[in-house]
Design a protein around this ligand. Sequence first.
Ligand code: PEP
Ligand code: MG
Length: 906
Amino acid sequence: MAKKYVYFFGDGKADGNASMKELLGGKGANLAEMCNLGIPVPPGFTITTEMCTYYYQKNKTVPKELEKDVDEAVAKVEKIMGAKFGDTKNPLLFSVRSGARSSMPGMMETVLNVGLTSETISGMIDQTHNERFVYDAYRRLIAMYSDVVMEKAAGVEPADGHGVREQLEHELEKMKKARGYNFDTDLTADDLKELVEIYKAKVKQVLGKTFPDNPKEQLWGGVKAVFQSWMGKRAISYRRIENIPDDWGTAVNVQAMVFGNMGDDSATGVAFTRNPATGENVFYGEWLPNAQGEDVVAGIRTPNPINKAGKTEDTEHLSSLEESMPKLYKQLDSIEKKLERHYKDMQDIEFTIQKGRLWMLQTRVGKRNGPAAVRMAVEMCQEKLIDKKTAVMRVKPSQLDELLHPMVDPEAEKKARELAKGLPAGPGGANGMIVFTADAAEAWAKEGKAVILVRNETSPEDVHGMHAAAAILTAKGGMTSHAALVARGWGKCCIVGCSALQIDARKKQLSVNGRWLKEGDWISLNGTRGRVYEGKLALVQPDLEHNKLYQKLMTWADEIRELGIRTNADRPEDAAQARAFGAEGIGLCRTEHMFFDPERIMAMREMIVAENETDRRKAVMKLLPFQRKDFYGILKAMKGLPVTIRLLDPPLHEFVNLDEKQVKELSKKLGITEEKLKARVESLHELNPMLGHRGCRLGIAYPEITEMQARAIFEAAADLTKEGVKVYPEVMVPLTGIYTEFDNQKSIIDRMAKEVMKEKNVKFKYLVGTMIEIPRACVTANEIAKTAEFFSFGTNDLTQTTFGFSRDDIGGFLPYYLEHNILPNDPFQSLDQNGVGQLVEMGVKRGRSVRAELKIGICGEHGGDPDSIDFCHRAGLNYVSCSPFRVPIARLAAARAAIQNGPQKK
Ligand code: PEP
Ligand code: MG
């Protein structure tokens, strides 16, 4: 049977359903589903994403059969609507919209009012008895079609940057000005009739082609333009940011037009079944009487709240749909409830009311920010709409990250000078320097500056700058405007509809309530309250401890996950912070960070430049009391939990970067000449220090260092044990590549433990294990695990040594690699599962082949990366260790990994 490329929906029946998103796109699948649910949907049909793929494979053509299928589908719609496409008496009009598998707000094209021609226009006027309305629709069609189909899809680059749409807008403004009008709505039917002719002439002049006067030509132009827009610059750039593959393609939805701008009994709106900014379980949305859908989202008019519950201080005076059209509101409310119950998730819906009749145009899972995601997930589970696992899967690790984000310091806010109010579209706080264009935002952010992108409104062309900015502020638009939608998706602080702003982007300045600000001036935003402040206000971290919803979600994550979560911390404060975030131990305590304060560094330097063992031992022993205190603090902060302490790792020359003054001081202290000291330091210089005398190679060459560190750990452990504090020290040898290296160090450590326990007459448990961060260690893990009691993968060094990429110098070529798809992402951020991952798997398998109970963790940066955590679950690791602020994310990611992959194989 020939492949089915066209799926019909209408009149309570549809060929497709919600499970067919890959084929029909999100919009098409959901239109079909709504239809099947008996919800009023204008009839239409979806051309599949496979056709988009075909279109690109077959040199931008479509097969002959498609035309036949489309004709048949058009005939079905005609039958339901009782109107005919291209008919001069009772014409049917279509909307043509894109619809990819996952929503890409505003990234692709739409053409409305398709089918209006010089011949059908009179029929339309007869049907609506509204000449003005019809000519307005015609004008909109010409503007949209010439822009989307004749310019963008045709690949025409506008001369001097002014596209045809902008030039048509200019004609509109010219007419309004000449006739003394303020609003588009002031234009009369005759004005619009004239304007339509001006538009057509302008299109011809700018693009050298006539606007098509044939309904079928318009329809096919629209369909192909949607396919073309899949490969448009904006869509590609959005897909890169969101990691959406290019080969998914978009579907095309062709649907009978319904009009929200047919008079005062018509309206249009966008709504959410719960508040997408807070997660609160209230129907939330915006509407405009007598308007087309695009008017709500484009931010041209600030819309009204949909119900009384959604009114704020600023919108109190506006009439809600609940008040203006109570019956229709009730119908809409029952539909939104039905949709949420059916989909078991918050829905983002679009509707139109045409002459007192409600039509649903779209439903999809609504985007939400982090705090809202957590609230909805937990409350929906408590309402028994979803189970715990679904609730955990509903919150992305990046959304949880938003909860850890800063807010404007309330104290600073009280004292700050408020510049203006706007709508709170994306919560959290931010400060930054004003920039007026997306390009400037991107460029300044690249230089490491914090910027706030300030615009009248944003459009999909701005996404790169919106992504780079710390926050977004717009003068126009509502809570469902482009800026609000995109910011919410990314969890970015955002304020929209801040009407007091008068922006002059060309002069790079703005005025707001009598103040002038220019590019580079600092402002601060409270996105939760919609307040804009002058200057740079301090930001504070939010209080997770008292956030009950967050705590609940985390309890569920903890019940589900199998991976343990530890933290990388070398100071008691960090350890305590991580513990508060839920860390179950320390996976990596880097001892080298402890040597940099003035007193210690001197002893350290003495040790390093010592020429014989006696001098070195003397110097090393000066460090013992310091180290004992360090370990005492950390072990105490983590009482009852394991603490992995790693022995000294970096090359010694890092500690003897001396200036002239320091050379003088140290040489005096040591009683040697400056020349001699310099010569000693020089002798430590290595051409390739990362592959040089570091890691366990230090402790092997200078056993007294290992002795001192092991003794300090065990003395601290002994003292705490005597105080009744439970301690579990795990001593970790760095950079092992050969089992003999490990055995050498282990014998010193064990000897020290024995000595200390005897001296202090106390017993405690401890383990001795190793970092696995050299490929050879993975390959020979079965030899190392004979004596090593635990492994911890140091994937920073393992990535470095597997790729042969210097972890400190990769910045020189990584951007090029990413841009040219040579690497999919930075392997130092997200584990290279195919390469480095195989070594990890080998290490796990071989290690456990000789010691079945071998405890294995990871402590490289990857321990806090959700994709890498998923890998660690699959690889059968016992725990991941990450920086304190990643701990909540790691807990959630570990639970998601358990749900997605099922139980661990150990
Ligand atoms: C590692 O190499 O992954 C590691 C954790 O050690 P460091 O980053 O200190 O080299
Ligand atoms: Mg390392």
